[in-house]
Structure formats: structure tokens, C-alpha cells
Design a protein around this ligand. Structure first.
Ligand SMILES: Cc1cc2nc3c(=O)[nH]c(=O)nc-3n(C[C@H](O)[C@H](O)[C@H](O)COP(=O)(O)OP(=O)(O)OC[C@H]3O[C@@H](n4cnc5c(N)ncnc54)[C@H](O)[C@@H]3O)c2cc1C
Length: 256
């Protein structure tokens, strides 16, 4: 397998069966298991265009190569969107947080990953080497996104909410979310994104409507989420996950 560290954004081009490499926390495991067999890896971790955290106007912009640990420790993020820093600080373990990146997490779109919930829950904008994409259009189900072949995420702009909260019920072996809920309140309304419960991250319109009427834990708890289409596996049934969604949304509101 070929390895090449991209020297510039323009040089970050993929051959037919190549893949971008960021923190390697998902991709290297997949290669070891034979689930991915790229011909070459183009390392984008050190590209200047993918670095940095800045707050401007009503958004926090985070470079795609920023590690989870850097987001968790960022004074700007902790000040502007504490729930986002909290989320980053609870991803995986210390090694995963020190190597894994925002862009890698979004491009991978694991159905139980944390960042997709914050990105969808905040209605973020994903900047790529070719265009900008709204979070509502980006996530397309199990490990699927709107990214085209060779398209690189460069940064994500997260709108700053009035209030936001994140809670996950951890699967203790993997530390991924059995279910996770991200809630955010803006002047324009409420957004609720759920991860871990279904084939991909999704918004809960019932919770959004209930919390728009009454932003309180009791209001979230009063919503009976349908188990239709949710996952059942050895860790929990669809009905159990449905019950967790309202409860975690309630706790997320309480923490906001
Ligand atoms: C033990 C363990 C526990 C974990 N626990 C959690 C958890 O609790 N919550 C959670 O959310 N995640 C968890 N993860 C996953 C972790 O967050 C990864 O860091 C993340 O999924 C991938 O980021 P990466 O930078 O390592 O990407 P890589 O593994 O390098 O790449 C992942 C994929 O994204 C592509 N890619 C990378 N960067 C870009 C980019 N800028 N643009 C376009 N495509 C790109 C790659 O080609 C590849 O297909 C865990 C991982 C491990 C190993």
C-alpha cells in the first residue's frame, strides 16, 4: 500500500482506489479487518487548510483535521458551545481523542458516532474542497454521506445556539453511543439529533416540536418515540432504544 502525506490542498488528490487518512482511528482498524482495501493512503492531517478553531459572528468554525482532544480543550468552543466541547471530550478513550479528527468522524458517519449528532443537531455547515453542504443534506444513512469521490472535508461551521446539551448512553465495550441525543435551542426553533438508535443519525421531529413548545426535561420525557425502524441487537431492543431517546433528550435539556 502506498502512503503519501499531502503537501497542499491542491495536491490532496486520490487515485482510483485511494483513501484519505486522518487520525486513522476508524480507517486503520477497517484495513486490519479487511473491511477496506485501499491501494494508497493520502494523509491530510497536517494540511494548513484543515487546521484551527475560530469564532466569527454567530458560528464556531473548526478545521477538519482538529482532534477530538483539541476541541474538548478549546477555550473558544467551551465558551461558545460548551455541549460541543463536552461531546468531543467523551468520545472513545484518550488515544482515540488525541488522534481522531472531526472530519474523519463525519466522513466515516458511523451510525453510533457522536459528532454527526452535534453537526445535525446544531444545523452545521460542512465545508469541502468543492462546496459547502448543510448538515441536513450531508448524512445519508449507514456509513453514507453526500461526499463525492475524492471530496475532502476542510472545516465545519457550527452555529452558536442559545442553549445546547448532549447526553449519550455508552456501550461500555466500545464507548460509542448505544443511544445519544443532542438538543439545541435557537431563536428560530429547536433541533434534536439522535445517534446510535437507527441506521444513521436522524432528527426527531416529535421531540423538536415538544421542546419548541416547552423547553424542559419533562416536555422531552412526555414524548413517546416510536420504535419503528430502530435497531435491535444484543445490546438493546428497538423499544429500549426508543425509551432511551426521550430520556437522554430530557437529560440533555437539563444539562444545557
Ligand atoms: C476504541 C475506539 C472507540 C471510539 N469511540 C468513539 C465514540 O465514543 N464516539 C465517536 O464518535 N467515535 C468513536 N470512535 C471513532 C473515532 O471518533 C474516530 O476518530 C473517527 O471515527 C474517525 O476519525 P479519524 O480522524 O480517525 O479518521 P480516519 O480513520 O483516518 O478516516 C475515517 C474515514 O474518513 C475519511 N476521511 C478522513 N478525513 C477526511 C476528510 N477531512 N475529508 C473526507 N474524508 C475524510 C477516510 O478516508 C476514512 O474513510 C472510536 C474509535 C475507536 C478506535
Amino acid at each position: 500500500m502506498n502512503y503519501q502525506a499531502a503537501s497542499s490542498l491542491a495536491a490532496a488528490q486520490l487515485g482510483a482506489d485511494d483513501k484519505f487518512l486522518a487520525g486513522g482511528q476508524s480507517l486503520l482498524g477497517a484495513i486490519k479487518l479487511g473491511l477496506a482495501e485501499p491501494t494508497g493512503l493520502v494523509d491530510v492531517r497536517r494540511l494548513p487548510e484543515l487546521q484551527g478553531i475560530s469564532v466569527s459572528g454567530q458560528a464556531v468554525r473548526i478545521g477538519a483535521a482538529t482532534t477530538h482532544a483539541t476541541v474538548a480543550a478549546s477555550a473558544e468552543v467551551r465558551q461558545a458551545i460548551p455541549a460541543l466541547a463536552d461531546l468531543a471530550g467523551r468520545i472513545g478513550d484518550r488515544q482515540v481523542r488525541n488522534a481522531g479528527t472531526l472530519g474523519g468522524s463525519l466522513a466515516n458517519n458511523d451510525p453510533a458516532a457522536c459528532y454527526p449528532a452535534a453537526t445535525l443537531g446544531l444545523g452545521a455547515t460542512i465545508h469541502t474542497s468543492r462546496r459547502t453542504l448543510a448538515a441536513d443534506d450531508f448524512f445519508q444513512g449507514l456509513f453514507a454521506t453526500a461526499l463525492q469521490d475524492g471530496e475532502l472535508i476542510t472545516a465545519v461551521s457550527f452555529p452558536i445556539p442559545k442553549a445546547a446539551g448532549w447526553q449519550k448512553f455508552k456501550q461500555p465495550a466500545s464507548r460509542f453511543s448505544l443511544v445519544g441525543a443532542f438538543v439545541a435551542r435557537f431563536d428560530t426553533g429547536v433541533r434534536v439529533a439522535v445517534t446510535g438508535a437507527g441506521p444513521g443519525v436522524f432528527r426527531s421531529s416529535e421531540l423538536e416540536a415538544a421542546l419548541a413548545r416547552d423547553w424542559s426535561p419533562a416536555s422531552a420525557r412526555s414524548v413517546k418515540v416510536s420504535a419503528d425502524g430502530l435497531n435491535t441487537d444484543l445490546h438493546g431492543t428497538a423499544a429500549y432504544r426508543a425509551a432511551l431517546i426521550s430520556e437522554l433528550a430530557a437529560r440533555a435539556v437539563a444539562s444545557a
